[in-house]
Design a protein around this ligand. Structure first.
Ligand SMILES: C[S@@+](CC[C@H](N)C(=O)[O-])C[C@H]1O[C@@H](n2cnc3c(N)ncnc32)[C@H](O)[C@@H]1O
Length: 315
């Protein structure tokens, strides 16, 4: 993504365009048809300032046939193949956001584990999947401390190799009960997790590489990879409205409305969301969504009660 000052941060997945605010505003609307099907007409921009009337128009151009789709994904991965396997590399030159990012993620994760996992996860064998893991930054700084096993999924092999090194037992300061288990060199659109393996599937700063249809089919498949009561955390950049297409790294930044429409199509509920604080102004806003496969109702501020028709465990 391009940022407000292009000398400062060309080609950063994290950075926002200055023009986005003005040109894309008010272009997004959700239309409910009489048929109850919700259809989005979301206008957007690309990183050269070109306007699209709708996401459909953009997707037709970018992934409208099988060759185009192949090119979209090849160019997306190709972009990252040219990037240094370092924190600064995966953060588009913004290594200093690592600390506030991890801090906010940890607070969010703590709340979720307390509220959603029996006994806050204590005395349980917890397993997480880190999607689009890059060099394992999120796993190393956060997930490995909370989960007994973390699997990593990353299509760029030199990133995954760096992750393997960064997460080797001798380079970790966690007990032997915590380890990085599987390293999958696969893109999200081709991945199907093992059934009911994960307590948490963490998807950070990579879902913008997926076209809408692959976004929806990934989450639908991944739902089966969650243990009962498991959940997703999606942490992503937010466009102020509509979308912003990055022509160089082949990713799109979606708005909150756009995400909500896709979550709806995936059959996912937003259990909680939280905005990232403390990032430089020129970056896109960043939001964390906790997504569940069933609607959980908070009762009296205590642990949320699952819907009555959920099979219960007889003790
Ligand atoms: C901005 S980096 C973020 C890495 C990591 N999530 C983090 O927060 O440190 C984006 C990552 O998405 C990965 N990526 C690109 N296309 C992908 C795809 N189709 N499926 C999964 N990951 C992808 C890139 O290789 C890169 O590691």
């Amino acid at each position: 993504m391009l940022c407000a000052n292009s000398n400062l941060c060309l080609n950063s997945y994290l950075a926002a365009t200055a023009t986005e605010t003005h040109q894309a505003r008010d272009k997004c609307r959700v239309r409910t048809r009489a048929t109850t099907r919700i259809e989005m007409e979301i206008g957007g921009l690309d990183s050269n300032g070109r306007e699209f009337k709708s996401a459909d128009e953009m997707w037709r151009e970018e992934v409208g046939d099988s060759q185009k789709k192949l090119d979209w994904y090849r160019n997306g991965v190709g972009y990252w193949q040219g990037v240094d396997a370092s924190v600064d590399g995966v953060l588009g030159g913004y290594a200093h956001v690592n600390e506030p990012d991890i801090k906010a993620s940890e607070a969010f994760l703590n709340t979720l584990l307390t509220e959603l996992v029996p006994n806050g996860g204590r005395n349980q064998h917890l397993v997480a999947l880190d999607c689009g893991s890059g060099i394992g930054r999120v796993t190393k700084n956060l997930l490995i401390r909370y989960f007994n096993e973390v699997d990593l999924l990353e299509p760029v092999s030199h990133f995954l190799e760096a992750a393997r090194e960064n997460l080797a037992p001798e380079n970790l300061s966690v007990s032997e009960e915590h380890k990085a288990s599987n390293f999958y060199c696969t893109p999200l659109q081709e991945f199907t997790p093992d059934t009911q393996r994960y307590d948490v599937i963490w998807v950070q700063w990579c879902i913008g590489h997926l076209a809408d249809d692959d976004f929806v089919s990934f989450f639908k498949r991944a739902k089966a990879g969650l243990k009962p009561g498991g959940f997703f955390v999606l942490k992503e950049n937010l466009a102020k409205s509509g979308f912003v297409l990055d022509n160089e790294d082949k990713s799109i930044t979606r708005s909150d409305v756009y995400f909500k429409e896709l979550f709806n199509q995936c059959g996912l509920n937003i259990y909680k969301l939280k905005d990232q604080k403390g990032f430089p102004d020129e970056l896109f806003a960043v939001r964390m969504y906790a997504l569940t496969t069933e609607t959980l109702k908070k009762v009296g501020g205590s642990r949320p009660k699952r819907k009555a028709n959920r099979p219960a465990i007889i003790k």
